[in-house]
Write a protein that binds this ligand. Sequence first.
Ligand SMILES: NC(=O)c1ccc[n+]([C@@H]2O[C@H](COP(=O)([O-])OP(=O)(O)OC[C@H]3O[C@@H](n4cnc5c(N)ncnc54)[C@H](O)[C@@H]3O)[C@@H](O)[C@H]2O)c1
Length: 348
Amino acid sequence: MSIVRVKASKEYDVVIERGGIAKLGEYLSALGIKGKVAVISDSNVMPLYGEEVSDVLTYHGYEVSTYVFDAGEESKNLIEYGRILSFLAEEGFTRRDTLLALGGGVVGDLTGFVAATYMRGVHFVNLPTSLLAAIDSSVGGKTAVDLPQGKNLVGAFYQPDLVLCDTAAFRTLPYEEIKNGLGEGVKYAVLEGGRIFEILKKGLTSDTLEEFVRLSVEAKRRIVEEDEREGGSRKFLNLGHTIAHAVEILTSFAVPHGVAVAYGVKEMTKLALERGELDPKEGEEILALLSACDLDLSLDPVEDLLPHFLADKKRSGDVITLVTIEGIGKCRLTEVKCQDLAKYFGVE
Ligand SMILES: NC(=O)c1ccc[n+]([C@@H]2O[C@H](COP(=O)([O-])OP(=O)(O)OC[C@H]3O[C@@H](n4cnc5c(N)ncnc54)[C@H](O)[C@@H]3O)[C@@H](O)[C@H]2O)c1
């Protein structure tokens, strides 16, 4: 069992524990949480873990309600958001009550946004069940829903009271979802180097899973504590993301986010090699790591993706900040003018 304490605008623990769901009631009681708990989940995860979570909470005296929506990014919208708000009002939820997200990043982002806004904020507990949610989206307080015009366009920074990652829940994750999580893991490995890189290079196993989640959460914690609202260093977490967002737009989100991020890391590695900014040996190591994670992808070439870079939320005026790679564990923020992008990527 590992605990990572996050000291953001609110302090909270990220507990990483195989079988941790069994102790959920104790954890909530220890935080002084009482009353009603709404377990919010999707149509894949609720049938798998909903009963266990509800039973544990009921046993500890909580009044439990459950809400399920269709699995998938398509549900992360204002309509589902409104439905959950109405559900809470109908169930008589008050300010002292709690929302519990049980699922991947979609459940966490949507439930977190409801928690941030229902009665101007209620308790929020996150139980990430996908690898991506465990190592990335459940930590840092970004909550959001999508608009037809784009992803995550409506949201709030809202930190949870607790994140409980029961690694046993990963046993039911489809292989494609493990790969999806590993894509964000590769990002941390390149940003941080050291042990995370080693673990992924050797191939993630049940023996290294908890350590990998802990190291990833620690990496995210460090960055979030420094820059909770993405004014500066939090931008490092966007490694590979400009390319990833372009892939997602071009493929109408058929390529999962983490997989697209891995492709972004691959292309940024190749770019750094071409520009002579990265030692060839380290470049080869990053490319080998992607292969080890079954993420050595060949997606759309960068010249096809370039026009979509301009839709990047991280663009500020006519400048895009790219996270460029100078070594394993050594990245930098590089500002490139939009009109110079093609030249920068050597496709002009
Ligand atoms: N808030 C942030 O900082 C942040 C960071 C990165 C990504 N995100 C968001 O996260 C979302 C992607 O998250 P995701 O990849 O977890 O997607 P997801 O929530 O859609 O989960 C992926 C799939 O796995 C299923 N699943 C989850 N846990 C399972 C389990 N234990 N067993 C079987 N199936 C399971 C889900 O039902 C779904 O079908 C996107 O909406 C993205 O914008 C947010």
